[in-house]
Design a protein around this ligand. Sequence first.
Ligand code: AMP
Length: 409
Amino acid sequence: MSFADFSFDRRINAGIKSCGYETPTPIQHKTIPLILQGHDVMGLAQTGTGKTAAFALPILQKLLSDHSSQRGPRVLVLAPTRELAIQINDSFESLAGHADIRTNVVIGGVGMGPQIKAFDSSQVIVACPGRLVRLLAKGSVNLKTVDTLVLDEADRMLDMGFMPDIKRIIAKLPAKRQNLLFSATMPNSILAFAKRILVNPQMVRINATSPVSSVKHLFYKTQSSQKSLLLDDILSRSEHQSMLIFTRTKHKAKSLSRQLANSGHDTTSLQGNMSQGEREKALTGFREGRYSIMVATDIVARGIDCDRITHVINYDMPNTVETYTHRIGRTGRAGRSGNAISLVTQDEIPQLRAIERIMDVSIEQNSICGFEAPENSRGKLTENAVDPLRKADGRRRRRKPRRAMASAA
Ligand code: AMP
């Protein structure tokens, strides 16, 4: 199948060409015809599969073939994070080619004035639920003209507690509309929600739980106290073009990023304590290759589309299989190869095995001499364990461990 089979408007075909897409990805192949036919769609797909274009292309086609001169947005896309909203908006703009379709983002962290001003002259609004609810409550905008609703990363929006806001937004939409819901996972809560919102939805599944197959999964067993030295070692061995490192806390993302920068790496961080301007600066620098390493927390890294990411490192293990799937989805995108490396303490081994089982992937163990966690460790050095990096006088050895038993990816 080729894009020509969809008979898109020539301006959209020009947009597809300028994005460099040659053939539709599986989710595009399955979803585009359904959306063009007007069905409600429930898509079970991770980011990295081409799902943004899977909904953006048919939506743009519908906008171009309908010559209504009505003012006000026709399409509302809800996304969990500001970064993802900006990214979706960018995709709409690029895919629209030279067509005169106006799109706008409605997100927190920036002034409301320009968003309110641009609202009615935009056909597509990509919003984070929180900010949109505030604008609706102030009476600054209304959604009476919307006939297509997209809920992207619905599972994440649910996890982030956006459900009450989403319900408030949906209550303001016309009842007659097309609904498209995309989610990387389909827990019962999402199924129940979808049942209420979607009308006779067509279900599309792509790689329900398994990550993109171009990703190689590795783990190092270590102790919490040795993670940063181990990371140093992995960095010195890996040929990474672009690396995304996940930490559990904002504080750790910031301090680890600073530490790596002090050791001479081009590093930035992305975490929720940063202003919107700082986040965008960090993200652009990472995307454009000014920084080869980004240390981030889950909350902001979700959905980030950066083609160049060759390595994702779980400095701290994620708490759920879904989060592992999302993190790893940042690499190996659009068929490129990627590496997923987890630093795992003894306590986290059962969690790692559960991820393997549920995702049906094999996560190979790698080891670097001097960094293995003793079998009886509980994530910390035990009293009797020998710390190979500690010198006889008790001070830490700064040199690299002597020998690698297996090379890092
Ligand atoms: P998404 O799943 O929407 O985050 O898209 C993942 C990546 O795939 C993005 O970098 C898209 O630009 C890219 N992409 C989307 N559709 C195609 C396609 N048909 N061919 C090649 N790359 C694509």
